[in-house]
Design a binder for this molecule. Sequence first.
Ligand code: MG
Length: 368
Amino acid sequence: MIIEKIDTFPLRHDLHPPYGDANGLKRYRATFLVRITTSSGISGWGECVDWLPALELGFREQIIPFLIGKKATDRLVLTKKIAAWHARSAAAVSMALTEIVATAAGLNVTDLWGGRFRDEVPVYASFQSYSEHEDWIAHSIRLVEQAVTEGHRMLKIKVGGRPIREDQAHVQAIQDMLGGRAQLAIDANESYDLAEVKAWLTLLERWDNWMWFEEPIPMDRVDDYVKLRQMLSLPVAGGENLTGPAAFYPHVQARALDILQPDVVHHSSIDAFRDTLQLGRHAGIRVSAHSFDGGLARLYALYAQACVESWSKMDDISAIEPIEWDYMENPYTDIIGLKPVDGKIKLPTGVGIGVPIGVTVRCDPESR
Ligand code: MG
């Protein structure tokens, strides 16, 4: 199976109105799809995220010429080389080559990985809580309430982007609305320092439906995370921007996190991402993939989670950690055409990635 052709699909969608987190409001969403086709006619899709013109140039000038004529079965060798140039591009190539081998074998990618432990994986509805609405808290409550009505029982909202009393009023209002009907995570996107987190302690003690407190402080402050775990009564999660198992290792070694949150598109390959899941499992630390950009990467996160042993002997779906499900306006969710039912995704069983890729999703041509 020789790589014969590679097509790229830079996609951008402007948001009206914008939404955001502690890092600011997002005014557009973007993703970059890659289709690799072999001489035998088998294709595989990959996805990565970065500045679209840079990705397009990198593929056209360096990655595509390098890959043409190579063996599609040399995934590890090829992605290692590309990762040295641009790790995020390597992630897309690794997905596409994984799908090609699975399709050639007539198998789903989870069969290629040794089989799945479950056919359903739970997801949590993830919100970008800040907006330009005059009453952003009321707008956030309406969105979260809609997700609960649709069957979601695990939710994540943002903190850290507004004065702390305003963020706490938001959390209080969301908890009042939920009335214990769902579990809740809060995500500060590394906004605070250790002293500022202390201002949350009293409020957090009021409820017992917490999933976790995500990235309260910058991730490189490993020692402070160790102290945080001792201070907080709820689990501490983080790591969405870490780039591989080696980057997670200091946090694992120091027992600085309760939950690792690797992101497929921030790793150099789907193989490295699965290694991080296993690092957590072998260390007795939970793993709940972060997934914000794109759509295909989320499917790979779901498949990878299906192939991870449960963290507990409890024989129900609560024994496997949920995957992040972007609840906001995001046309790239339609790339894989799967929708949660009662907060779970039933995974396809078909050959390759088991679903057709929907490249008819909205695309702003000026971005090409
Ligand atoms: Mg986060």
